[in-house]
Write a protein that binds this ligand. Structure first.
Ligand code: GLU
Length: 258
């Protein structure tokens, strides 16, 4: 199974913006194990801006573009250092890909990304992808990693996209304000009524919310790729994902090979 896993900032960093060491250790362990079992994994990792801000001792993300780009430049190094170190414990090789909206729209660049991804997977490497925040201006910005991960899943012809976030999945009401909200385990199609269930908001360091996740789901479902939203608090849920057991909210239908 070829699986694209998107890790949100709230999953890999504390609210201070500093690395969540225990979570990251567990995530890299589970992902390494899943690779050892023969699956192909592509990571889309957020956290560059948040971790850059954390490293600089800022209490929130910079609001201006050069500030965000500077924070991303600092945080992206930290991120890759950590992935290299943690996956290295399990003898896995990571590869960094930083892409912008321009690269997706430009046929030549897109083909290069597809070919590189394919070759990295053939090599048994683990691609770690983020937006190239230091060069992405508004016109060429993808903007959020939910969308980026949907693009990556499509380019990589993945069997599954998994968004790991600070929420269990999609609820029938906002669980933060309605304690009786129920988790929806399966959404066969992301209709306008389903879209209406998305609130706004995210965390202080993250970018996306439920809306960007549902839009990502629509993109991948259109090309036959199912998506799961699950809680990044519990990395071991990824074992259930690859085993085909119900976890979080499934959007679309699992492929038969999965
Ligand atoms: N590229 C941003 C970062 O690494 C994250 C965007 C997002 O979280 O959606 O900080």
């Amino acid at each position: 199974m070829r699986i694209v896993v998107k890790l949100g900032t709230s999953t890999i960093a504390h609210p201070t913006g500093r690395l969540n060491v225990r979570r990251m250790e567990l995530l890299c362990k589970v992902l390494s194990d899943i690779k050892n079992a023969g699956h192909q994994v592509i990571l889309v990792s957020s956290g560059a801006i948040g971790m850059g801000a954390g490293k600089l001792g800022l209490t929130e993300k910079p609001s201006d573009i050069p500030g965000k780009q500077a924070a991303a430049a600092i945080g992206q190094c930290e991120l890759m250092y950590v992935y290299d170190e943690l996956f290295g414990h399990y003898h896995h090789t990571v590869a960094q890909l930083l892409i912008t909206g321009y690269d997706i729209e430009n046929q030549h660049h897109r083909t290069n990304i597809e070919n590189t991804l394919q070759r990295l997977l053939d090599f048994g490497a683990l691609p770690v992808i983020n937006e190239n925040d230091t060069v992405a201006t508004e016109e060429i910005q993808i903007g959020d990693n939910d969308t980026l991960s949907a693009v990556v899943a499509t380019l990589a012809k993945a069997d599954m996209l998994v968004l790991m976030s600070d929420i269990e999945g999609l609820y029938d009401k906002n669980p933060k304000t309605h304690p009786d909200a129920k988790l929806i385990s399966h959404v066969p199609a992301i209709t306008d009524e389903v879209m209406a269930l998305a609130g706004g908001a995210g965390s202080a360091f993250g970018t996306g919310g439920m809306e960007t996740k549902l839009r990502a789901g629509r993109m991948v479902n259109q090309v036959g790729i199912p998506m799961i939203i699950t809680n990044g608090d519990r990395p071991e849920l990824l074992y259930d994902v690859v085993a085909g057991r119900p976890v979080g909210t499934l959007f679309g239908e699992r492929k038969e090979t999965v």
